[in-house]
Design a protein. Structure first.
Lengths: 107, 165
């Protein structure tokens, strides 16, 4: 629907029907100033942010490194055991061809 | 929020690097262990820290044992085939019993010979490698089953399965 800006009937209708009842907010100014202050305190650079959160970031980084290191070690151990088992089987089959069937499930 | 994202990314990269370094440092087997191959002695080479002289002696023993193993397999194959043939022909019980006894005898010879070979290899390794080698190999050999099909192509008179020896 298209209405003309100088539509008199619409203007009259709005004047009669559209009423605004604003609610008073006594803390409005304080809230605005608090937000301005918070924005002022936020570091502008990543370095400044990091210095501000150094303890938390350090702890998270240390925990992540420990977990990842332990995970890498466990993964390497599991892979080593699997490959060693294959090498042992290959050797046993070479001296005893029956091993391929009898040796399955060996520890 | 942007700074949190950058930090999280860096921490993740750091953790990934730590995991990779840990994985590489904790691997004990050589890289060629993962590759499929026909080097049957790679296990001994990679795990027991044998001297070149010990390894050369074991390789020679391994090669020398191949025809012995081949002969045992052929004899066992023939003896088992004879038992099957007699049973199929409904031969008399005494003949079947004798054939079964032959299978058992060849089987015992094979086990004895194999164990002697393994113990000889352990002796070349010396202590404590030899004891560790026997601890892995002997329990598995005692569990083998000659009534199952071997992992080789039994064709007379050649024995292609032993080509890898």
């Amino acid at each position: 629907m298209h209405s003309h800006p100088d539509d008199k009937s619409l203007r009259d209708l709005l004047r009669e029907q559209w009423t605004v009842a604003p609610v008073r907010n006594p803390g409005f100014r304080a809230e605005v100033w608090a937000r301005i202050e918070a924005a002022r305190r936020t570091p502008a650079t990543w370095g400044a942010w990091l210095r501000l959160h150094l303890l938390g970031v350090s702890m998270v980084a240390a925990a992540s490194i420990v977990f990842a290191g332990a995970g890498g070690g466990l993964l390497a151990g599991a892979r080593d055991r699997h490959e060693r088992e294959q090498l042992v089987q290959r050797y046993l089959i070479s001296i005893d061809p029956h091993q391929s069937s009898a040796g399955e499930g060996a520890p | 929020m942007k700074f949190v994202g950058i930090t999280a990314l860096l921490v993740a990269l750091l953790a990934f690097s730590a995991g990779t370094v840990s994985y590489v440092c904790c691997r004990r087997l050589p890289p060629e262990a993962a590759a499929p191959g026909d080097d049957a002695l790679l296990w001994l080479r990679s795990e027991f820290r044998l001297s070149p002289d010990q390894m050369a002696r074991i390789e020679a023993m391994h090669a020398a044992y191949a025809p012995v193993c081949e002969e045992h397999c052929l004899r066992l194959h023939r003896a088992s085939a004879e038992v099957r043939r007699l049973r199929a022909a409904r031969a008399d019980g005494q003949a079947i019993t004798a054939a079964v006894a032959t299978v058992a005898q060849v089987d015992a010879e094979c086990r004895t010979s194999l164990e002697a070979h393994v113990r000889a290899v352990a002796a070349v390794m010396g202590e404590p490698a030899g004891r560790r080698y026997l601890a892995v190999v002997l329990p598995r050999l005692s569990g083998f089953d000659h009534t199952r099909a071997p992992d080789l192509d039994l064709k007379e008179p050649t024995h292609e399965g032993h080509a890898q020896h």
